[in-house]
Design a binder for this molecule. Structure first.
Ligand code: ATP
Ligand code: MG
Ligand code: MG
Ligand code: MG
Length: 558
Protein backbone atom coordinates (compact mmCIF):
# COMPACT_ATOMS: atom_id res chain seq x y z
CA UNK A 1 0.00 0.00 0.00
CA UNK A 2 1.25 3.44 -0.89
CA UNK A 3 0.73 6.29 1.52
CA UNK A 4 -0.11 8.57 -1.38
CA UNK A 5 -3.10 6.37 -2.16
CA UNK A 6 -3.98 5.52 1.41
CA UNK A 7 -6.50 7.09 3.75
CA UNK A 8 -4.60 7.54 6.96
CA UNK A 9 -5.58 10.78 8.67
CA UNK A 10 -3.11 10.90 11.57
CA UNK A 11 -3.36 13.65 14.15
CA UNK A 12 -0.64 15.60 15.93
CA UNK A 13 -2.58 16.16 19.12
CA UNK A 14 -4.53 13.96 21.47
CA UNK A 15 -8.28 14.40 21.40
CA UNK A 16 -9.57 15.93 24.61
CA UNK A 17 -12.27 13.26 24.88
CA UNK A 18 -9.76 10.41 25.02
CA UNK A 19 -8.82 9.38 28.56
CA UNK A 20 -6.75 6.26 28.10
CA UNK A 21 -3.78 5.59 25.90
CA UNK A 22 -5.42 3.13 23.50
CA UNK A 23 -8.24 5.54 22.79
CA UNK A 24 -5.79 8.37 22.21
CA UNK A 25 -3.51 6.39 19.95
CA UNK A 26 -6.27 4.76 17.90
CA UNK A 27 -7.70 8.20 17.20
CA UNK A 28 -4.36 9.84 16.50
CA UNK A 29 -3.20 6.95 14.36
CA UNK A 30 -6.24 7.21 12.10
CA UNK A 31 -7.61 3.80 13.13
CA UNK A 32 -11.04 4.92 14.26
CA UNK A 33 -13.32 7.93 14.20
CA UNK A 34 -16.28 8.59 16.40
CA UNK A 35 -19.74 8.69 14.84
CA UNK A 36 -21.74 9.07 18.04
CA UNK A 37 -21.20 8.19 21.67
CA UNK A 38 -19.81 4.63 21.74
CA UNK A 39 -20.20 4.24 17.98
CA UNK A 40 -17.21 4.28 15.66
CA UNK A 41 -16.02 4.10 12.08
CA UNK A 42 -13.07 1.83 11.45
CA UNK A 43 -10.75 3.50 8.98
CA UNK A 44 -8.63 1.39 6.59
CA UNK A 45 -5.71 0.80 8.94
CA UNK A 46 -8.02 0.14 11.89
CA UNK A 47 -10.09 -2.27 9.85
CA UNK A 48 -6.95 -4.15 8.80
CA UNK A 49 -5.91 -4.62 12.42
CA UNK A 50 -9.42 -5.69 13.34
CA UNK A 51 -9.43 -8.25 10.51
CA UNK A 52 -6.14 -9.66 11.75
CA UNK A 53 -7.68 -10.29 15.15
CA UNK A 54 -10.81 -11.73 13.55
CA UNK A 55 -8.71 -14.08 11.46
CA UNK A 56 -6.82 -15.40 14.47
CA UNK A 57 -10.13 -15.97 16.24
CA UNK A 58 -11.66 -17.60 13.19
CA UNK A 59 -8.70 -19.89 12.57
CA UNK A 60 -8.75 -21.22 16.13
CA UNK A 61 -12.54 -21.59 16.26
CA UNK A 62 -12.51 -23.48 12.98
CA UNK A 63 -9.70 -25.64 14.22
CA UNK A 64 -11.79 -26.51 17.28
CA UNK A 65 -14.53 -27.70 14.94
CA UNK A 66 -16.88 -24.78 15.53
CA UNK A 67 -18.96 -23.75 12.51
CA UNK A 68 -19.22 -20.14 11.45
CA UNK A 69 -22.65 -18.66 10.82
CA UNK A 70 -24.09 -15.16 10.73
CA UNK A 71 -27.12 -14.15 12.75
CA UNK A 72 -29.08 -10.92 12.43
CA UNK A 73 -28.44 -7.96 14.67
CA UNK A 74 -32.17 -7.18 14.71
CA UNK A 75 -34.07 -9.62 16.91
CA UNK A 76 -37.81 -9.97 17.53
CA UNK A 77 -39.12 -9.29 21.03
CA UNK A 78 -41.04 -12.58 21.06
CA UNK A 79 -37.85 -14.59 21.50
CA UNK A 80 -36.70 -12.42 24.38
CA UNK A 81 -40.10 -12.73 25.99
CA UNK A 82 -39.79 -16.49 25.95
CA UNK A 83 -36.74 -16.32 28.20
CA UNK A 84 -38.00 -13.40 30.26
CA UNK A 85 -35.02 -11.29 29.26
CA UNK A 86 -37.20 -8.75 27.43
CA UNK A 87 -38.05 -7.50 30.91
CA UNK A 88 -34.94 -8.59 32.80
CA UNK A 89 -32.18 -7.27 30.56
CA UNK A 90 -32.64 -3.62 31.43
CA UNK A 91 -31.64 -0.56 29.49
CA UNK A 92 -28.60 -2.01 27.76
CA UNK A 93 -31.11 -3.68 25.44
CA UNK A 94 -32.00 -1.19 22.75
CA UNK A 95 -35.66 -1.76 21.84
CA UNK A 96 -37.65 -0.30 18.99
CA UNK A 97 -40.71 -0.90 16.83
CA UNK A 98 -40.98 -1.54 13.13
CA UNK A 99 -43.59 0.10 10.90
CA UNK A 100 -46.15 -2.53 11.88
CA UNK A 101 -45.63 -1.71 15.54
CA UNK A 102 -43.87 -5.00 16.26
CA UNK A 103 -41.24 -4.89 19.00
CA UNK A 104 -37.61 -5.58 18.19
CA UNK A 105 -34.21 -5.11 19.77
CA UNK A 106 -30.63 -4.84 18.63
CA UNK A 107 -28.83 -7.97 19.74
CA UNK A 108 -26.50 -7.48 22.71
CA UNK A 109 -25.95 -11.27 22.65
CA UNK A 110 -27.57 -14.14 20.74
CA UNK A 111 -28.67 -16.94 23.08
CA UNK A 112 -32.33 -16.57 22.14
CA UNK A 113 -31.76 -16.50 18.39
CA UNK A 114 -29.40 -19.45 18.36
CA UNK A 115 -31.56 -21.55 20.69
CA UNK A 116 -34.51 -20.87 18.40
CA UNK A 117 -32.50 -21.93 15.36
CA UNK A 118 -31.26 -25.12 16.95
CA UNK A 119 -34.59 -26.17 18.42
CA UNK A 120 -36.10 -26.00 14.95
CA UNK A 121 -33.31 -27.76 13.11
CA UNK A 122 -31.55 -30.23 15.38
CA UNK A 123 -33.46 -33.33 16.41
CA UNK A 124 -31.11 -36.09 17.45
CA UNK A 125 -28.23 -36.78 19.81
CA UNK A 126 -26.40 -37.93 16.67
CA UNK A 127 -26.09 -34.30 15.58
CA UNK A 128 -24.32 -33.39 18.82
CA UNK A 129 -22.02 -31.91 19.91
CA UNK A 130 -22.57 -28.79 17.86
CA UNK A 131 -20.69 -25.52 18.26
CA UNK A 132 -21.82 -22.55 16.18
CA UNK A 133 -20.23 -19.12 16.15
CA UNK A 134 -20.30 -15.77 14.46
CA UNK A 135 -18.14 -12.66 14.30
CA UNK A 136 -20.50 -9.74 14.10
CA UNK A 137 -21.58 -6.41 15.55
CA UNK A 138 -23.38 -6.30 18.88
CA UNK A 139 -25.24 -3.39 20.36
CA UNK A 140 -25.41 -2.64 24.07
CA UNK A 141 -26.72 0.70 25.20
CA UNK A 142 -24.00 1.07 27.82
CA UNK A 143 -24.74 3.58 30.55
CA UNK A 144 -21.33 5.12 30.16
CA UNK A 145 -19.64 4.39 26.87
CA UNK A 146 -16.00 5.36 27.16
CA UNK A 147 -12.43 4.56 26.30
CA UNK A 148 -13.16 4.24 22.59
CA UNK A 149 -13.51 0.65 21.45
CA UNK A 150 -12.99 -0.57 24.99
CA UNK A 151 -16.52 0.18 26.15
CA UNK A 152 -18.43 0.97 23.03
CA UNK A 153 -22.15 0.67 22.36
CA UNK A 154 -21.73 -0.96 18.96
CA UNK A 155 -18.78 -3.33 18.92
CA UNK A 156 -17.59 -6.51 17.25
CA UNK A 157 -17.95 -9.72 19.18
CA UNK A 158 -17.19 -13.31 18.40
CA UNK A 159 -19.92 -15.29 20.09
CA UNK A 160 -20.11 -19.06 20.10
CA UNK A 161 -22.72 -21.45 21.46
CA UNK A 162 -22.29 -25.13 22.21
CA UNK A 163 -25.00 -27.77 22.28
CA UNK A 164 -24.41 -31.10 23.97
CA UNK A 165 -26.43 -34.12 24.94
CA UNK A 166 -25.20 -34.31 28.53
CA UNK A 167 -23.06 -32.70 31.23
CA UNK A 168 -19.93 -34.59 30.20
CA UNK A 169 -20.41 -33.26 26.70
CA UNK A 170 -20.69 -29.71 28.00
CA UNK A 171 -17.58 -30.20 30.11
CA UNK A 172 -15.69 -31.24 26.98
CA UNK A 173 -16.98 -28.36 24.89
CA UNK A 174 -16.19 -25.90 27.68
CA UNK A 175 -12.69 -27.27 28.07
CA UNK A 176 -12.17 -27.14 24.32
CA UNK A 177 -13.25 -23.49 24.20
CA UNK A 178 -11.09 -22.66 27.24
CA UNK A 179 -8.05 -24.04 25.44
CA UNK A 180 -9.06 -22.38 22.19
CA UNK A 181 -9.26 -19.03 23.99
CA UNK A 182 -5.81 -19.55 25.45
CA UNK A 183 -4.46 -20.13 21.97
CA UNK A 184 -6.29 -17.15 20.52
CA UNK A 185 -4.97 -14.65 23.04
CA UNK A 186 -1.51 -16.15 22.86
CA UNK A 187 -1.58 -15.86 19.08
CA UNK A 188 -2.60 -12.23 19.44
CA UNK A 189 0.61 -11.68 21.39
CA UNK A 190 -1.19 -10.63 24.58
CA UNK A 191 -0.28 -11.13 28.22
CA UNK A 192 -3.45 -12.47 29.75
CA UNK A 193 -4.91 -14.54 32.51
CA UNK A 194 -8.05 -16.65 32.85
CA UNK A 195 -9.99 -16.05 36.07
CA UNK A 196 -13.12 -17.38 37.71
CA UNK A 197 -15.95 -14.98 37.15
CA UNK A 198 -19.51 -13.89 37.68
CA UNK A 199 -22.12 -15.00 35.16
CA UNK A 200 -24.02 -11.68 35.03
CA UNK A 201 -26.90 -11.13 32.62
CA UNK A 202 -25.97 -14.17 30.53
CA UNK A 203 -26.55 -16.59 33.41
CA UNK A 204 -25.43 -20.14 34.05
CA UNK A 205 -23.34 -21.36 36.94
CA UNK A 206 -19.70 -21.65 35.90
CA UNK A 207 -17.76 -19.05 34.01
CA UNK A 208 -14.26 -17.84 33.29
CA UNK A 209 -13.12 -14.49 32.05
CA UNK A 210 -10.00 -13.94 29.99
CA UNK A 211 -8.29 -10.83 31.20
CA UNK A 212 -5.60 -8.85 29.46
CA UNK A 213 -3.35 -7.51 32.18
CA UNK A 214 -3.20 -3.73 32.04
CA UNK A 215 -3.26 -0.87 34.51
CA UNK A 216 -6.22 0.75 32.80
CA UNK A 217 -8.39 -2.37 33.10
CA UNK A 218 -11.79 -1.81 34.64
CA UNK A 219 -11.71 -5.14 36.47
CA UNK A 220 -9.68 -6.10 39.51
CA UNK A 221 -8.26 -9.59 39.69
CA UNK A 222 -7.34 -11.47 42.83
CA UNK A 223 -4.50 -13.86 42.16
CA UNK A 224 -2.91 -16.38 44.49
CA UNK A 225 0.63 -17.23 43.56
CA UNK A 226 0.66 -20.09 46.05
CA UNK A 227 -2.13 -22.25 44.64
CA UNK A 228 -2.94 -20.63 41.28
CA UNK A 229 -6.38 -19.45 42.33
CA UNK A 230 -7.45 -16.46 40.24
CA UNK A 231 -10.74 -14.65 40.18
CA UNK A 232 -12.43 -11.41 39.38
CA UNK A 233 -12.92 -9.67 42.74
CA UNK A 234 -16.56 -9.24 41.77
CA UNK A 235 -16.82 -12.94 42.49
CA UNK A 236 -14.52 -13.46 45.44
CA UNK A 237 -13.11 -13.12 48.12
CA UNK A 238 -16.42 -13.23 49.89
CA UNK A 239 -14.83 -11.63 52.90
CA UNK A 240 -17.83 -9.53 53.78
CA UNK A 241 -20.31 -12.33 53.71
CA UNK A 242 -18.03 -14.67 55.56
CA UNK A 243 -16.84 -12.28 58.18
CA UNK A 244 -20.31 -11.42 59.21
CA UNK A 245 -21.62 -14.90 59.35
CA UNK A 246 -22.96 -15.76 62.73
CA UNK A 247 -23.35 -12.15 63.68
CA UNK A 248 -26.76 -11.14 64.96
CA UNK A 249 -29.15 -10.23 62.23
CA UNK A 250 -32.27 -8.18 62.43
CA UNK A 251 -34.97 -7.89 59.85
CA UNK A 252 -34.60 -5.03 57.45
CA UNK A 253 -36.74 -2.09 58.31
CA UNK A 254 -37.66 0.71 55.95
CA UNK A 255 -38.18 4.03 57.66
CA UNK A 256 -39.43 7.38 56.53
CA UNK A 257 -36.70 9.97 57.13
CA UNK A 258 -37.91 13.28 55.74
CA UNK A 259 -35.23 15.84 55.01
CA UNK A 260 -32.43 13.66 56.26
CA UNK A 261 -29.11 14.53 54.69
CA UNK A 262 -26.12 14.22 56.93
CA UNK A 263 -25.11 11.67 59.47
CA UNK A 264 -26.23 14.17 62.08
CA UNK A 265 -29.65 14.37 60.51
CA UNK A 266 -29.89 10.62 60.56
CA UNK A 267 -28.80 10.48 64.16
CA UNK A 268 -31.28 13.15 65.14
CA UNK A 269 -34.03 11.58 63.25
CA UNK A 270 -33.46 8.07 64.44
CA UNK A 271 -32.77 9.15 67.99
CA UNK A 272 -29.27 7.73 68.00
CA UNK A 273 -26.46 9.67 69.64
CA UNK A 274 -24.56 11.55 66.99
CA UNK A 275 -21.26 10.62 68.55
CA UNK A 276 -22.06 7.11 67.52
CA UNK A 277 -23.00 7.95 63.99
CA UNK A 278 -19.70 8.51 62.50
CA UNK A 279 -19.31 11.51 60.28
CA UNK A 280 -16.77 9.66 58.29
CA UNK A 281 -18.07 8.77 54.91
CA UNK A 282 -15.71 6.11 53.81
CA UNK A 283 -14.31 3.33 55.87
CA UNK A 284 -12.54 0.29 54.76
CA UNK A 285 -14.20 -2.87 55.89
CA UNK A 286 -12.51 -4.29 58.92
CA UNK A 287 -13.17 -7.31 61.01
CA UNK A 288 -15.63 -6.73 63.86
CA UNK A 289 -15.54 -3.00 63.57
CA UNK A 290 -18.78 -2.06 61.87
CA UNK A 291 -17.09 -0.07 59.23
CA UNK A 292 -17.69 -0.17 55.53
CA UNK A 293 -17.74 1.86 52.42
CA UNK A 294 -20.45 4.24 53.28
CA UNK A 295 -20.75 6.54 50.41
CA UNK A 296 -22.65 5.92 47.27
CA UNK A 297 -23.62 8.62 44.89
CA UNK A 298 -24.96 8.49 41.43
CA UNK A 299 -23.23 6.08 39.15
CA UNK A 300 -20.73 8.44 37.67
CA UNK A 301 -19.40 9.96 40.84
CA UNK A 302 -19.40 6.59 42.46
CA UNK A 303 -17.06 5.06 39.95
CA UNK A 304 -14.55 7.83 40.30
CA UNK A 305 -14.69 7.43 44.00
CA UNK A 306 -14.16 3.70 43.98
CA UNK A 307 -11.14 3.97 41.76
CA UNK A 308 -9.68 6.39 44.26
CA UNK A 309 -10.52 4.16 47.17
CA UNK A 310 -8.77 1.31 45.48
CA UNK A 311 -5.55 3.19 45.54
CA UNK A 312 -6.10 3.87 49.19
CA UNK A 313 -6.40 0.41 50.54
CA UNK A 314 -4.25 1.21 53.52
CA UNK A 315 -6.45 4.12 54.32
CA UNK A 316 -8.57 3.55 57.38
CA UNK A 317 -10.67 6.43 58.57
CA UNK A 318 -10.64 9.97 57.43
CA UNK A 319 -12.77 12.93 58.10
CA UNK A 320 -15.58 13.90 55.85
CA UNK A 321 -13.80 16.93 54.48
CA UNK A 322 -10.67 14.91 53.76
CA UNK A 323 -12.70 12.42 51.85
CA UNK A 324 -14.48 15.03 49.88
CA UNK A 325 -11.10 16.37 48.92
CA UNK A 326 -9.85 12.92 48.12
CA UNK A 327 -12.67 12.09 45.78
CA UNK A 328 -12.78 15.57 44.38
CA UNK A 329 -16.43 15.98 45.26
CA UNK A 330 -18.23 19.18 46.01
CA UNK A 331 -19.88 19.33 49.43
CA UNK A 332 -23.17 19.62 47.58
CA UNK A 333 -22.55 16.02 46.66
CA UNK A 334 -23.76 15.15 50.10
CA UNK A 335 -27.17 16.62 49.51
CA UNK A 336 -30.11 14.34 48.89
CA UNK A 337 -29.96 14.88 45.14
CA UNK A 338 -26.36 13.96 44.54
CA UNK A 339 -26.43 11.22 47.06
CA UNK A 340 -29.37 9.05 46.32
CA UNK A 341 -28.18 6.09 48.23
CA UNK A 342 -26.25 6.91 51.32
CA UNK A 343 -24.91 4.20 53.50
CA UNK A 344 -24.02 5.05 57.01
CA UNK A 345 -21.83 2.84 59.07
CA UNK A 346 -23.84 2.57 62.11
CA UNK A 347 -21.65 2.67 65.12
CA UNK A 348 -24.76 3.17 67.15
CA UNK A 349 -25.57 -0.47 66.77
CA UNK A 350 -22.30 -1.35 68.41
CA UNK A 351 -21.14 -4.82 67.56
CA UNK A 352 -23.77 -5.36 64.95
CA UNK A 353 -22.70 -5.44 61.36
CA UNK A 354 -25.83 -3.60 60.50
CA UNK A 355 -26.10 -0.39 58.64
CA UNK A 356 -28.47 2.40 58.03
CA UNK A 357 -28.55 2.85 54.33
CA UNK A 358 -30.41 5.02 51.92
CA UNK A 359 -33.34 3.24 50.31
CA UNK A 360 -32.49 4.79 46.97
CA UNK A 361 -35.80 6.52 47.26
CA UNK A 362 -36.13 10.11 48.41
CA UNK A 363 -36.76 10.48 52.11
CA UNK A 364 -36.40 6.82 53.05
CA UNK A 365 -33.68 4.79 54.75
CA UNK A 366 -33.30 1.18 55.67
CA UNK A 367 -32.31 0.09 59.14
CA UNK A 368 -30.49 -3.14 59.85
CA UNK A 369 -29.06 -3.64 56.40
CA UNK A 370 -26.52 -6.39 56.62
CA UNK A 371 -23.88 -6.21 53.97
CA UNK A 372 -23.24 -9.90 54.40
CA UNK A 373 -26.57 -10.60 52.80
CA UNK A 374 -27.25 -9.96 49.20
CA UNK A 375 -29.33 -7.01 50.09
CA UNK A 376 -27.78 -4.58 47.70
CA UNK A 377 -25.83 -6.87 45.41
CA UNK A 378 -24.22 -4.16 43.38
CA UNK A 379 -23.23 -2.28 46.48
CA UNK A 380 -21.60 -5.37 47.83
CA UNK A 381 -19.80 -5.84 44.56
CA UNK A 382 -18.56 -2.28 44.81
CA UNK A 383 -17.42 -2.76 48.36
CA UNK A 384 -15.59 -5.90 47.38
CA UNK A 385 -13.94 -4.14 44.53
CA UNK A 386 -12.96 -1.32 46.80
CA UNK A 387 -11.73 -3.56 49.52
CA UNK A 388 -10.99 -7.04 48.35
CA UNK A 389 -10.08 -9.47 51.06
CA UNK A 390 -6.44 -10.19 51.26
CA UNK A 391 -6.39 -13.94 51.70
CA UNK A 392 -6.94 -16.67 49.17
CA UNK A 393 -10.27 -18.38 49.81
CA UNK A 394 -8.79 -21.66 48.61
CA UNK A 395 -5.46 -21.91 50.43
CA UNK A 396 -5.33 -18.90 52.74
CA UNK A 397 -2.13 -17.43 51.28
CA UNK A 398 -2.00 -13.68 50.68
CA UNK A 399 -3.56 -12.60 47.41
CA UNK A 400 -2.12 -10.25 44.83
CA UNK A 401 -4.33 -7.78 43.08
CA UNK A 402 -3.95 -6.59 39.57
CA UNK A 403 -6.01 -4.83 36.93
CA UNK A 404 -7.42 -6.54 33.88
CA UNK A 405 -9.38 -5.88 30.71
CA UNK A 406 -12.06 -8.49 30.06
CA UNK A 407 -11.52 -9.63 26.48
CA UNK A 408 -13.27 -12.98 26.65
CA UNK A 409 -15.88 -14.71 28.76
CA UNK A 410 -17.02 -18.33 28.64
CA UNK A 411 -20.08 -19.74 30.39
CA UNK A 412 -21.61 -23.08 31.16
CA UNK A 413 -25.27 -22.34 30.62
CA UNK A 414 -26.65 -25.82 31.18
CA UNK A 415 -30.35 -25.84 30.31
CA UNK A 416 -31.07 -22.23 31.26
CA UNK A 417 -32.18 -21.31 27.74
CA UNK A 418 -33.06 -24.69 26.28
CA UNK A 419 -35.57 -25.61 28.98
CA UNK A 420 -37.57 -22.37 28.90
CA UNK A 421 -37.45 -22.28 25.11
CA UNK A 422 -38.28 -25.99 24.85
CA UNK A 423 -35.24 -26.70 22.76
CA UNK A 424 -35.01 -30.46 22.90
CA UNK A 425 -33.52 -33.41 21.06
CA UNK A 426 -34.10 -37.15 21.13
CA UNK A 427 -31.51 -38.95 23.18
CA UNK A 428 -30.15 -42.48 22.61
CA UNK A 429 -32.99 -43.96 24.60
CA UNK A 430 -35.58 -42.09 22.51
CA UNK A 431 -36.34 -39.64 25.31
CA UNK A 432 -36.79 -35.95 24.69
CA UNK A 433 -34.18 -33.87 26.52
CA UNK A 434 -33.19 -30.21 26.61
CA UNK A 435 -29.84 -29.31 25.03
CA UNK A 436 -27.03 -28.69 27.48
CA UNK A 437 -25.56 -25.39 26.38
CA UNK A 438 -22.48 -23.24 26.77
CA UNK A 439 -21.67 -19.81 25.40
CA UNK A 440 -18.38 -18.16 24.64
CA UNK A 441 -17.69 -14.51 23.83
CA UNK A 442 -14.67 -12.53 22.69
CA UNK A 443 -14.72 -8.76 22.37
CA UNK A 444 -12.87 -8.66 19.07
CA UNK A 445 -12.82 -4.87 18.82
CA UNK A 446 -11.95 -4.59 22.52
CA UNK A 447 -8.94 -6.83 21.85
CA UNK A 448 -7.61 -4.10 19.57
CA UNK A 449 -7.81 -1.55 22.39
CA UNK A 450 -6.33 -4.02 24.87
CA UNK A 451 -3.43 -4.71 22.51
CA UNK A 452 -2.61 -1.03 22.35
CA UNK A 453 -2.88 -0.67 26.13
CA UNK A 454 -0.30 -3.39 26.48
CA UNK A 455 1.95 -2.45 23.58
CA UNK A 456 2.91 1.18 23.21
CA UNK A 457 5.56 3.73 24.10
CA UNK A 458 5.72 7.52 24.11
CA UNK A 459 5.85 7.57 20.31
CA UNK A 460 2.83 5.43 19.65
CA UNK A 461 1.60 1.90 19.17
CA UNK A 462 3.90 -1.12 18.93
CA UNK A 463 1.91 -3.88 17.26
CA UNK A 464 2.76 -7.51 17.81
CA UNK A 465 3.63 -8.95 14.40
CA UNK A 466 0.54 -11.20 14.31
CA UNK A 467 -2.01 -8.42 14.39
CA UNK A 468 -0.05 -5.54 12.92
CA UNK A 469 -2.04 -3.90 10.11
CA UNK A 470 1.18 -3.96 8.06
CA UNK A 471 4.42 -5.79 8.79
CA UNK A 472 6.82 -3.37 7.20
CA UNK A 473 6.89 0.38 6.84
CA UNK A 474 9.03 1.28 3.85
CA UNK A 475 10.30 4.81 4.20
CA UNK A 476 12.13 6.54 1.41
CA UNK A 477 13.82 9.73 2.52
CA UNK A 478 15.23 10.94 -0.72
CA UNK A 479 13.52 11.76 -3.99
CA UNK A 480 16.54 10.65 -5.96
CA UNK A 481 16.05 7.11 -4.62
CA UNK A 482 12.62 6.79 -6.10
CA UNK A 483 13.46 3.95 -8.46
CA UNK A 484 15.25 1.89 -5.81
CA UNK A 485 12.42 2.43 -3.40
CA UNK A 486 9.93 1.14 -5.97
CA UNK A 487 12.09 -1.92 -6.56
CA UNK A 488 12.33 -2.68 -2.86
CA UNK A 489 8.62 -2.12 -2.45
CA UNK A 490 7.84 -4.73 -5.09
CA UNK A 491 10.36 -7.15 -3.70
CA UNK A 492 9.07 -6.92 -0.13
CA UNK A 493 5.45 -7.07 -1.16
CA UNK A 494 5.71 -10.63 -2.33
CA UNK A 495 6.37 -11.80 1.26
CA UNK A 496 5.10 -9.08 3.55
CA UNK A 497 2.34 -6.57 3.98
CA UNK A 498 4.06 -3.28 3.27
CA UNK A 499 3.03 0.30 3.81
CA UNK A 500 5.23 2.40 1.54
CA UNK A 501 5.62 6.03 2.53
CA UNK A 502 6.11 7.50 -0.93
CA UNK A 503 4.93 10.95 0.12
CA UNK A 504 6.83 14.15 -0.42
CA UNK A 505 7.13 14.77 3.28
CA UNK A 506 9.97 15.66 5.60
CA UNK A 507 11.69 12.63 7.19
CA UNK A 508 10.49 13.72 10.63
CA UNK A 509 6.88 13.58 9.54
CA UNK A 510 7.32 10.13 8.02
CA UNK A 511 9.04 8.66 11.07
CA UNK A 512 6.50 10.15 13.41
CA UNK A 513 3.59 8.67 11.49
CA UNK A 514 5.14 5.23 11.20
CA UNK A 515 6.07 5.17 14.87
CA UNK A 516 2.56 6.25 15.76
CA UNK A 517 0.75 3.54 13.81
CA UNK A 518 3.04 0.90 15.25
CA UNK A 519 4.23 -1.15 12.28
CA UNK A 520 6.81 -3.62 13.68
CA UNK A 521 9.61 -3.08 11.13
CA UNK A 522 10.76 0.04 9.35
CA UNK A 523 12.84 -0.34 6.23
CA UNK A 524 14.54 2.97 5.57
CA UNK A 525 16.13 4.15 2.40
CA UNK A 526 18.18 7.23 3.09
CA UNK A 527 21.66 8.45 3.82
CA UNK A 528 23.27 5.07 4.43
CA UNK A 529 21.89 3.79 1.16
CA UNK A 530 23.20 6.74 -0.77
CA UNK A 531 26.61 6.57 0.85
CA UNK A 532 27.18 2.83 1.29
CA UNK A 533 24.33 1.16 -0.55
CA UNK A 534 22.96 -0.06 2.78
CA UNK A 535 19.34 -0.28 3.69
CA UNK A 536 18.52 0.55 7.28
CA UNK A 537 16.14 -1.64 9.24
CA UNK A 538 14.65 -0.40 12.48
CA UNK A 539 12.74 -2.55 14.91
CA UNK A 540 9.88 -0.44 16.23
CA UNK A 541 9.72 -2.27 19.56
CA UNK A 542 13.23 -1.64 20.81
CA UNK A 543 14.63 0.89 18.35
CA UNK A 544 17.42 -1.49 17.34
CA UNK A 545 18.87 -0.93 13.90
CA UNK A 546 20.54 -3.14 11.35
CA UNK A 547 22.03 -2.39 7.95
CA UNK A 548 21.97 -4.62 4.95
CA UNK A 549 22.56 -4.76 1.22
CA UNK A 550 19.59 -5.08 -1.07
CA UNK A 551 20.26 -8.71 -1.96
CA UNK A 552 20.32 -9.69 1.72
CA UNK A 553 17.32 -7.68 2.75
CA UNK A 554 14.92 -10.57 3.20
CA UNK A 555 17.41 -12.70 5.10
CA UNK A 556 18.09 -9.82 7.45
CA UNK A 557 14.39 -9.33 8.06
CA UNK A 558 13.98 -13.00 8.90
P1 ATP B 1 -18.12 -5.87 30.74
O1 ATP B 1 -18.00 -6.51 32.07
O2 ATP B 1 -16.85 -5.26 30.26
O3 ATP B 1 -19.31 -4.97 30.61
P2 ATP B 1 -19.61 -8.09 29.87
O4 ATP B 1 -19.28 -9.03 30.96
O5 ATP B 1 -20.88 -7.34 29.94
O6 ATP B 1 -18.40 -7.06 29.69
P3 ATP B 1 -20.01 -10.32 28.09
O7 ATP B 1 -21.49 -10.36 28.12
O8 ATP B 1 -19.25 -11.32 28.88
O9 ATP B 1 -19.53 -8.83 28.45
O10 ATP B 1 -19.58 -10.31 26.53
C1 ATP B 1 -18.46 -10.99 25.97
C2 ATP B 1 -17.33 -10.06 25.63
O11 ATP B 1 -17.73 -8.93 24.85
C3 ATP B 1 -16.67 -9.42 26.83
O12 ATP B 1 -15.78 -10.32 27.43
C4 ATP B 1 -15.97 -8.21 26.23
O13 ATP B 1 -14.70 -8.58 25.71
C5 ATP B 1 -16.87 -7.82 25.09
N1 ATP B 1 -17.66 -6.64 25.44
C6 ATP B 1 -18.71 -6.57 26.29
N2 ATP B 1 -19.20 -5.33 26.35
C7 ATP B 1 -18.44 -4.57 25.52
C8 ATP B 1 -18.46 -3.20 25.14
N3 ATP B 1 -19.37 -2.37 25.63
N4 ATP B 1 -17.54 -2.75 24.25
C9 ATP B 1 -16.64 -3.61 23.72
N5 ATP B 1 -16.57 -4.91 24.04
C10 ATP B 1 -17.46 -5.39 24.93
MG1 MG C 1 -21.30 -5.38 30.38
MG1 MG D 1 -17.93 -8.46 32.81
MG1 MG E 1 -18.51 -10.89 30.83
Amino acid sequence: MRMTRYFLPTLREDQASAEIISHKLLLRGGFIRKVASGIYNFLPIGFRALKKIENIVRAEMDRAGALEILMPMVQPAELWMETGRWQAYGKELLRFKDRKEHDFCLGPTHEEVITDLVRKEVRSYRDLPLILYQIAPKFRDEIRPRFGLMRAREFIMKDAYSFDADEEGLEKSYQLMYETYERIFKNCGLKFRAVEAHTGAIGGDVSHEFMVLAETGEDTLAICSACGYASNVELTPAILGEKYQGEPKKPLEKVYTPGVRSAKDVADYLGLPVSKITKTLIYIVEEKEPVAVVLRGDHEVNEVKLEKILSFRAFRMAREDEILKLIGAHPGFLGPKGLKMKVIADKALEGYPNFVIGANEDEYHYLNANLGETFVPDLIADVRKACPGDLCPRCGAPLDFTKGIEVGHIFKLGTKYSSVMKATFLDKDGKEKPFIMGCYGIGVSRVLSATVEQNHDENGIIFPWQIAPFHIALISLDKTLKEEAEKIYHKLQSHYEVLFDDRDERPGVKFKDMDLVGIPLQVILGKSYKEKGEIEIKIRKNGKRAYTKLDQLEETIE
